[in-house]
Design a protein around this ligand. Sequence first.
Ligand SMILES: [Zn+2]
Length: 346
Amino acid sequence: MNELIEYAHLHGITSFISLYHAKYRELRQRHPTLPSHYIVTACRYAASIYESFIELKKMGVCEKERPTFKGQAIWLHKQLFKLDVEGWKVSIAAHRGRWVTLRLLHGRYHDRFKDMKLGEAWLVLRDDGNLCLNVVFRQTIVLPEIGADAKVIAVDVNENAIVYGNDDFIERFETNEGIIRTRYFLKRRRIQSKIRGKGLRARLLGKYKGRERHRVREIYHRAAKEIINKAREVGATVIMMEDLRRLNEEDKGSRELNGRIHRWSYKRFQQILEYQAKLHGLNVKYVDPAYTSSLCPVCGGELDLSSNGHRLMKCQRCGLEEDRDVIAVKNLVKRHYEEYINTENP
Ligand SMILES: [Zn+2]
């Protein structure tokens, strides 16, 4: 892979076909007993790695001179492996037409893939010494149509909780994400100031960064599961979330670093929830979040901070007093139905 990437870099090649034509014959001669698909696949991935490197470079988010492939992985074309999902074994094509068979560790989680279409795979040797087989599975899901009478559940995410519901119910899932992130932030700062050795410091920082990410992701998965269970229980077919790309300029300026981290987190959670929702046959709809936290969901009047509690908002017009997350959820739900009232051809 690195030889191919190096070659692509030297000759400015980003297309698989060009790289293949330039290197295939030579590599084939050097590895005559290996199935030729290995070379083809390596050319394809090397070209795509170099192509995305060029793109990152254009965007100015990559400082490196050239890309390197650090992982220890073998990409497997469909013809290079046979997966037996009943017996959980994989056979991989090796030298001189032989096949190597590996037994796969698996759990109940993997049973869901049994009926899906098989895509490509790659064999990865991880840092901890474990050998992993990553496989792409595909499934086609037909989602129900969204109509004016569809039952929806709206989801709002704040620093420490995920709030979801509709006009009939509101649920809160405490994530304590802000608390967790602060704790890890302090831990990292202690490491920065106390550990002198550069290598050890980097290793420790990396370890805690990984733990933090893992922990937050695990919480997101639990929250997504709870929301989907609730949606099925109440017969909702649409999950609604804020379209974060549509934040207006005012919002971008007023929220500082905290806001950026929060939006990034929200985005991660949205990806997890969207994937899980679609897998369970639920639609996902993103709506413009403008004014969802500043207007009254009942009368449309302007909201003010209430004097009765720090997360409470009060409507100046109709007197409604409600938690700000609940207001956001109700406004998102309202936005769904408004679409069908305001358009002439619903
Ligand atoms: Zn009101």
